[in-house]
Design a protein. Structure first.
Length: 234
């Protein structure tokens, strides 16, 4: 899901990041409303198949094709609109995507809609707003490992390493094969100077030596020596 371009090739497939890091904002905001178990519109088997293929296109980085197939399918329900918003966001049309996400936050796909809003906010560098949306997404979908990973990365970029650590650990325990969260966890440990623990997790997750070197280069100390952007698709 590529709303943010990168300059570091490895990070593109490993990390969830932001254009720039901002200081954490401790201002208390009103909690976002989470709808209670709303049922989605019933989808036919044929529509389910079409939506599954469109979702796969988005996962494979083919958002333009996904949007074209959505237009051809003419499916009108919450799941289709969510995929449309994802496609628009991935093709750089964040404002159009945001309108759809905002329409979906009180629907059966509220968790993913809040996640989409959080990713748009983070891409714009609005970390406090992003954290608020991602917290709501996590509340709606507490076992969704991708949301935990996104939330953890924004927390890390906001200067909140301890809650970020717990989000990454939750993500990797929920989905042990989810390497994106594993890389973010190792990056956080490197940034904290906990090299031994980072290497222990690398061994546990089977992280290659060259990947470890790239993650080490993304620590603040390395970035000062050789400035590089650590952005990635969200």
């Amino acid at each position: 899901m590529k709303t943010i371009t990168i300059m570091l090739a490895l990070a593109a497939s490993l990390l969830h990041g932001l254009p720039h890091a901002l200081a954490a904002d401790t201002e208390t905001a009103r909690p976002l409303k989470i709808p209670a178990n709303k049922a989605c519109t019933e989808v036919s088997p044929e529509e389910t198949t079409k939506l599954g293929l469109i979702q796969q296109m988005l996962a494979e980085g083919k958002p333009h094709a996904a949007l074209a197939h959505l237009e051809a399918a003419r499916i009108k329900n919450e799941q289709a609109e969510l995929l449309r918003a994802h496609g628009l966001r991935q093709t750089g049309r964040a404002l159009q995507a945001q309108v759809i996400y905002e329409q979906l936050v009180n629907s059966c796909v509220s968790g993913q809609a809040y996640r989409g809003l959080g990713l748009i906010a983070s891409n714009a560098g609005h970390l406090r707003e992003s954290l608020r949306y991602l917290k709501a997404a996590s509340t709606a979908l507490p076992t969704e490992h991708t949301i935990r990973n996104d939330h953890g990365y924004v927390l890390m970029q906001s200067g909140e390493p301890e809650p970020a650590l717990h989000e990454f650990l939750t993500a990797v325990e929920l989905a042990p094969g989810y390497r994106q969260a594993a890389h973010n966890l190792i990056l956080l440990l490197y940034r904290q100077g906990d090299t031994a623990r980072a290497e222990a997790f690398a061994k546990q997750f089977g992280i290659a030596a060259d990947e470890m070197q790239q993650l080490q280069k993304m620590t603040p100390e390395s970035n000062r020596a050789s400035p590089e952007s650590a952005r990635s698709p969200l």
